[in-house]
Design a protein around this ligand. Sequence first.
Ligand code: SF4
Ligand code: MG
Length: 326
Amino acid sequence: DLDYAEKLARMLGANLEAQTVHAVDHVDLRIMPGEVVGLVGESGCGKSTLGRIMAGIMPQSDGEILWQGQDTRTLSPAAGRAARLGAQMIFQDPMSSLNPRKQVIDIIGEAPVAHGMITRREKDSYVAAMMQRVGLDPSFRSRYPHQFSGGQRQRIGIARALAVKPQFIVCDESVAALDVSIQAQVINLFLELKRDLGLTYLFISHDLGVVKHVSDRVAIMYLGRIVESAPADAFFAQPNHPYTVALLNEVPSIAHRRRVFSPVKGEIPSPLHPPSGCHFHPRCPHAFDRCSREAPKLKQIASGHISACHLNDNQAAHPKPTIAAL
Ligand code: SF4
Ligand code: MG
């Protein structure tokens, strides 16, 4: 319901503000050009909200979003427009994000015409080139979304995003709805586009197997907070946060990873009334008295590796994580 959504957005806004304090300390969701950052968490943890805010399609209620080092609220109208075009979003379900009454040529070509990137006369050849770029047959450009398969529709969504020449793309569970074989093709397309066009991605997913395959860096979110972020190698080899360790141990082998995403034991608490102190304490196997009283801050534990857990204040007490091979 709306009331809930609004409260949730406000709650997440408040937490994002806290995160931004860390961003200013150069430690958290700073995404560098050309980087793929995987953002992982259970459903309802706020990762989609964070993605929407970062893609500029949802305003933050507070805190700073920096685009190329500049606060997005203080950009000139022209720079604001460039930032909005520069950040695009690709959704999970291409069917509901594509207008069913529009032909593909308009779905892909309308925005670049509207923004004066191409003329109306150039639209046809421009769209054809975009379709080719994402592996679609350009001769299908007068068709409608329902005339394409799920994987092709996702390619239409990608072409629509590419058409306005973005630098940064937020992929929100963009392959989650696709069959495994199609998933692999679309992921490869993402990586190819990144290589050829120098794109930067925030890759939101609950699937650690996919995230491991695409990411340069991984960030873990729990109830509206980033709890750990690290270069992908370090993240998978030396995870630090007990929540991360639990997530990694829950991942079924690659062969079976699509079967279930079984969340960490215990209910996810309501984001509206998160537990006191460390939000994870009711589910954490290592919780101690301080955890329910005091929220741990994100601290650097190795180069580029940050984690928010009180155990890091006492390295000797930190349990060595045991991770099943992913
Ligand atoms: Fe667990 Fe405490 Fe660390 Fe939170 S701060 S993850 S409850 S040990
Ligand atoms: Mg989501």
